[in-house]
Design a protein around this ligand. Structure first.
Ligand SMILES: NC(=O)c1ccc[n+]([C@@H]2O[C@H](COP(=O)([O-])OP(=O)(O)OC[C@H]3O[C@@H](n4cnc5c(N)ncnc54)[C@H](O)[C@@H]3O)[C@@H](O)[C@H]2O)c1
Length: 434
């Protein structure tokens, strides 16, 4: 062991005199400088290429979260201008509404209706590929033509949500973003937890601290009635027997809504939609893929309940649902909290939005056959136990009393409009392969 490490006297530094050592020293300095530049260069390249570098967010941890959520870049003056212009209120006493899931089926229709009457509307959607994202892009183009901007991002991205609330004092949030679909829950359960539970909580966390706190109207589902057999389904009926993970996450949403209302004074209205259909609809829903498969000459499964029972649905036309959403927004009272604290009791509501006339699925196929002028190849199959329930039937008296909800479109009329849209969008016959 060298002596210098054994005693406390510092070793003396002797300058090296030899020219050989001097050159070696210079060579080390040059090497060190070269690697330092390389290191700095790499850091620079990383920051230039990182999407967060172009956004206005400053928090590194939230930037990392955002990257892991795979949301595209946001922020910057042009982006902010688009956000503000889209959310600008154009009518007296109008609202400024953040519509989550705006590129979705219901979100698109609700956004257009709000914009049309002069409300400010800003969309938010993550454009996930649960079903063909090109349909979501077409809906986005439709909204853009009405002056509605959809921010591309995830409701779990709290830095993004904070930024949006910093830019716009939203009076309302119309929360429609969710992982929908009953059967897909067996394939990808975590997507339901991500969007319907974690995402909802994240959104409510942001709303609770926003100043002013917005009033929130959000989509629950008729599926919360699960194995309930009492018909028609009333809001007072039990909802503690969900038949699918999707239903369970919607039920969880209703309980989460109760908590945020109770603790933070958020005004919350849950809407239990009953099988919504119409133009720009969702390709994973029976009326949609039946249309596609009938046109293709492909067999379609017609489910049968136990003991050859009929499977029926309370199909509700999209325009009626939109009226219900607007009615709920218009009668939503203000949230009562501020600074993350409750200042008084706030409104908490749940409504059924259905059509009140269930139709057997075989009748739906009959209507489609007439409209498409093609005979369907029916394949009668037992209803699998993967989350679907044999029937749904809404009692809508509460929504009627509270905001005059009165559905006016029967299945025949609504499907006619859907088929007209379908054919204009996809074409007919074998070309319609979407
Ligand atoms: N259509 C129906 O029959 C029906 C019935 C009952 C309830 N609902 C509920 O109504 C709402 C709208 O349904 P829809 O039929 O328009 O479905 P949709 O799938 O067409 O729309 C939902 C949209 O939310 C987006 N989204 C999903 N997760 C997101 C996330 N984490 N962050 C940001 N965006 C996200 C999707 O990309 C999609 O565009 C959903 O909450 C759904 O559960 C619909």
């Amino acid at each position: 062991m060298p002596l210098s490490h054994m005693d406390n006297t510092p070793p003396k530094f002797k300058p090296e005199k030899s020219p050989y050592n001097h050159n070696r020293f210079k060579w080390h300095i040059a090497k060190l400088t070269f690697w330092s530049f390389m290191f700095l260069g790499l850091i620079l390249v990383f920051f230039i290429q990182s999407p967060s570098a172009t956004s206005s967010s400053s928090s590194t941890s939230s930037d990392l979260t955002r990257r892991s959520l795979k949301t595209s870049s946001w922020g910057g003056p042009v982006w902010e201008k688009r956000v503000k212009s889209s959310a600008r209120i154009r009518s007296r006493n109008g609202f400024s509404v953040l519509v989550t899931g705006a590129a979705g089926f219901v979100g698109t229709h609700v956004s257009v209706a709000l914009k049309r009457r002069g409300d400010g509307v800003l969309g938010l959607d993550n454009f996930n590929d649960y079903y063909d994202p090109s349909l979501k892009r077409s809906r986005q183009a439709l909204l853009e033509r009405s002056g509605i901007f959809i921010v591309e991002g995830d409701i779990n991205d709290d830095a993004l949500l904070k930024k949006l609330f910093e830019l716009i004092p939203f009076t309302h949030v119309m929360h429609l973003a969710a992982q929908a679909g009953v059967r897909y829950a067996m394939e990808n359960p975590s997507s339901y937890v991500h969007s319907n539970i974690a995402g909802f909580v994240n959104l409510l966390e942001i709303c609770k601290t926003a100043n002013p706190q917005p009033a929130i109207v959000w989509a629950s589902s008729s599926s919360v009635y699960g194995l309930n057999t009492k018909s028609p389904f009333s809001e007072k009926d039990r909802t503690d027997q969900p038949a699918s993970l999707y239903a369970a996450t919607k039920k969880a949403g209703e309980e989460i809504a109760h908590t945020y209302n109770h603790i933070y004074g958020l005004s919350l209205t849950g809407l239990r939609f009953f099988t919504v259909y119409g133009p720009w609809g969702r390709p994973d829903m029976a009326y949609f893929f039946f249309t596609r498969d009938i046109l293709k000459g492909k067999a379609i499964p017609i489910f049968e309940a136990a003991n050859h029972g009929t499977v029926a649905r309370d199909f509700t036309y999209i325009d009626d649902i939109v009226k219900g959403c607007l009615g709920a927004l218009d009668t939503a009272e203000k949230s009562t909290g501020s600074g993350g604290k409750k200042r008084g009791p706030a409104q908490l509501r749940v409504f059924n939005l259905g059509n009140t006339s269930p139709v057997p699925v075989s009748d739906l196929v009959g209507i489609l056959e007439r409209l498409l002028k093609v005979k369907a190849r029916r394949m009668v199959t037992k209803l699998p136990r993967n989350g679907d329930v044999p029937f749904t039937h809404a009692n809508i008296s509460l929504a009627r009393r509270e905001f005059g909800y009165r559905p006016t479109t029967d299945l025949q009329t609504g499907l006619k409009k859907f088929v007209r849209w379908y054919v204009s969008y996809y074409g007919t016959g074998k070309k319609s392969d979407q």
